[in-house]
Design a protein around this ligand. Structure first.
Ligand code: SF4
Length: 482
């Protein structure tokens, strides 16, 4: 982090154009760009960013800003603050800055958020950070991942003037447990002060509608942006090789992309632009406040994207018209990762609004917890119901045996269905990250079911789901353990 920037600086602009657009239902476009890798010359990357910013500012059809990611897709990138600090002060309120919790501390995240606000970058989205390709358990466990929930919590308790924090959500989950766990965690983030949300990247428009319906069913009318991508043959390869964390291309879609890539590059690009147009228009029809698009890395491509998106937004007047075009182009594709295909609602993509539709909810009679799990829960509850008020190492041997305790500096067992959240290799305590696999396993190979899905299953059985949506559990920082 650059200590040369002054925390106290404040441009007193009094406006936040990105926020104004969300508040007033004006559709926005964010162009995603990543803080450059450390082996890239920073000045060169900064000047390319400035060109994108200038091209974005020249668009009059709608608000175009930049979504600038941090330590993504790889951890060895320049500090996001160093990357953005030369952008013109008068346009910084258009942009959204992601703050990765990977390899940092809660205090550092708070300081970075203060620097952002002081410098006029008012829109920030804390994220926990991803497991890196090739990581083993030891690599992940020795890294600190500051959970976005904890950053939102500290921003709520120590508000930073004018800061407008958002959060991310991954609706592209295809088992009952992993879908609802993502939504429980989303609600926790909204309860802690996130004012808008951006989805993980995905192509399944039914899942995007599911998110909108779920929010509406819960009465949570928060603005949401959908993250989309302009694919190139190289990017398809990257995703298929698992080099872009948390992003899934189902088999049927993969086959389409492979067949499209057999034609000329022009034809491949034309197919991707049409798909992107249909997705953007669909997002607007479904009530999204905007889209964030990855894969647009030059002013020329930005201008093409703006033209295509403008055309798409004026092409369709109503949902049935868009739906017909979407079905013609993409409707035969099964976007779920076989054999996992759970959707929270039944009539997705059949109607624009969830009329008389309620979710396939938690109390559906499905046996979510087995007999031995119930027995284990009863035993742990009997042994550890006061554990959060005792010294963390009290009954440590029993905690290790029964609850998977890993020796945290603060015991949270009574708030996590008596399962140690440190079983999560990233140390997430407040719910699953976005990276769970299609079957609900941890994104890190060999870890079995994500501990937060087990916690959620138990909470559903105990009828204590509120525990997963409210408050904030402290993390047990790894740097302190050393
Ligand atoms: S246990 Fe769950 S939350 Fe933790 S890294 Fe694995 S998938 Fe993510």
């Amino acid at each position: 982090m650059d200590s040369g920037l002054q925390l106290e600086m404040n441009f007193e602009l009094g406006i936040n154009r990105f926020r104004n657009c969300l508040d007033n239902g004006v559709f926005s476009l964010l162009i995603e760009t990543n803080a450059p890798a450390l082996d890239t010359e920073l000045d060169h990357a900064v000047s390319r960013l400035a060109e994108l910013d200038k091209a974005a500012a020249a668009v009059s059809a709608f608000l175009v800003g930049l979504a600038i990611t941090d330590k993504f897709p790889y951890s060895n990138s320049w500090s996001v603050i160093d990357f953005i600090r030369k952008l013109p002060a008068e346009r910084r309120d258009r942009h959204v800055i992601y703050l990765s919790g990977m390899g940092t501390t809660l205090q550092e995240q708070l300081n970075t958020a203060k620097i952002c606000a002081g410098e006029g970058f008012l829109n920030v989205v804390p994220v926990s950070g991803s497991i890196q390709p090739g990581d083993g358990e030891r690599d992940v466990r020795k890294r600190n991942y500051v959970e976005s929930v904890n950053v939102l919590d500290i921003l709520r308790r120590e508000p930073v003037r004018q800061l407008f924090p958002g959060c991310v959500v991954n609706p592209f989950k295809y088992t009952r447990g992993s879908s609802f766990s993502q939504y429980y965690k989303l609600i926790r983030k909204l309860n802690l002060g996130a004012s808008f949300m951006v989805t993980q990247l995905g192509w399944d428009i039914a899942k995007l509608q599911e998110l909108r319906w779920y929010l509406s069913w819960r009465g949570l009318y928060y603005p949401s942006l959908a993250r989309l991508c302009m694919l190139t043959p190289e990017r398809v390869e990257d995703v298929l090789r698992g080099h872009v964390p948390g992003i899934l291309i189902p088999e049927s879609f993969r086959r389409v992309l492979v067949s499209e890539s057999r034609f000329s590059l022009n034809q491949f690009e034309a197919a991707q632009w049409r798909r992107l147009q249909l997705c953007v228009a669909g997002c607007k029809m479904l009530g999204f406040s905007g889209v964030q698009i990855a894969g647009i890395d030059t002013p020329e491509k930005l201008n093409v994207a703006v033209r295509r998106i403008s055309a798409a937004l004026s092409e369709f007047d109503n949902f049935p018209q868009w739906m017909a075009a979407y079905r013609e182009h993409l409707g035969q594709l099964d976007m779920s990762p076989y054999p996992y295909s759970f959707y929270v609602f039944d009539k997705l993509l059949a109607q624009p609004f969830p009329i008389q539709e309620s979710p396939k909810m938690r109390h559906s009679g499905e046996a979510v917890v087995g007999r031995w799990e119930k027995f284990g829960y009863g035993l742990r509850e009997f042994m550890f119901s006061q554990a959060h008020e005792q010294a963390p190492n009290e009954r440590i041997a029993l905690k290790k045996l029964l609850a998977g305790c890993r020796g945290c500096s603060v015991c949270r067992l009574p708030m996590t269905m008596y399962m140690c959240p440190e079983k999560c290799p990233k140390g997430m305590a407040n719910g699953p990250c976005g990276g769970t696999r299609p079957n609900g396993d941890c994104e890190l190979a060999g870890q079995g079911e994500c501990v937060h899905l087990k916690i959620a299953r138990t909470a559903v059985w105990r009828n204590e789901v509120d525990l997963l949506e409210e408050g904030c559990l402290a993390q047990s920082p790894r740097f302190e353990k050393k």
